[in-house]
Design a protein around this ligand. Structure first.
Ligand code: NAD
Ligand code: ZN
Length: 230
């Protein structure tokens, strides 16, 4: 086995204290998705949207990486073949857990994007509607997050890797948000083995070859140790 593609979701950061979206006490039970995670919601009420992400950013920066983030960094470092780590998470806990390369398909909470000219830069801790783009000076700054109705980033990198993968692993993701939810089928059709690691023993019945049920902080380090043989 030479090539592994890993997809992580909110479940990998849950034990660092960052809420998942679809769990029963998840964020989306408290916020209206069409108001805070769409371009239309931002156009209607930029203050509400920026404040929502200011709170997410503060939570993410105050959180610490956990044993699952660190184990995945250890795998990237110690595996003889290729490991592509793709995340749907907007936090930077993989990087802070030691991962040198992370493909953020849904963007990053620590980055800002100008809705007017497309310029990107490091986000301040707090963003406000009156902030000006450092490049074109338009008051149109937004978090560099992929909202519903927008194209995920880096698909040109992810899709070829899936079609060459020997193993595809989904960790802590509910498999409800496309296109990420379809990665298992793409890799399977290309001949990869598929593994799911999730707290919930049957989040996607029948879609993966193998399932490891458990907390990410326990199941991921155990799986990495098995794979690296140490
Ligand atoms: P989700 O909330 O839909 O699903 C989370 C999954 O993680 C569930 O299947 C749940 O059973 C599992 N899980 C919960 N706790 C776990 C644990 N301790 N160990 C292992 N598994 C656990 O999240 P998703 O699939 O990532 O999709 C939701 C979208 O929300 C994504 O687009 C993502 O960008 C965004 N999001 C990001 C963050 C973050 O950056 N930390 C947090 C919430 C949501
Ligand atoms: Zn601009």
């Amino acid at each position: 086995m030479d090539r592994i593609v890993i997809l992580t979701g909110a479940g990998v950061s849950a034990e660092s204290g960052l809420g998942t979206f679809r769990d029963k006490d998840g964020l989306w039970t408290r916020y209206d998705l069409s108001e805070v995670a769409t371009p239309e919601g931002y156009a209607r009420n930029p203050r509400l949207v920026l404040d929502f992400y200011n709170a997410r950013r503060a939570n993410a920066l105050d959180a610490s990486p956990n044993a699952a983030h660190r184990a995945l960094a250890r795998l990237q470092e110690g595996f003889a073949g290729e490991v592509l780590l793709v995340t749907q998470n907007i936090d930077n806990l993989h990087e802070r857990g030691g991962s040198r390369e992370v493909v953020h398909m849904h963007g990053e909470i620590t980055r800002a994007l100008c809705a007017s000219c497309g310029h990107r830069w490091d986000a301040p801790r707090e963003m406000a509607p009156s902030d000006l783009c450092p490049s074109c000076t338009a008051p149109a700054t937004r978090p560099d997050i992929v909202w519903f109705g927008e194209m995920p980033y880096h698909m040109e990198r992810i899709l070829p890797a899936l079609s060459e993968a020997d193993l595809f692993v989904a960790i802590g993701t509910s498999g409800e948000v496309y296109p990420a939810a379809g990665f298992v089928e793409i890799s399977e059709e290309a001949g990869a083995e598929t593994l799911e690691i999730n707290l919930d023993p049957a989040p996607a019945p029948g879609r993966f070859d193998r399932m490891i049920a458990g907390k990410a902080t326990e199941a991921v380090p155990a799986w990495v140790a098995e794979l690296l043989g140490s």
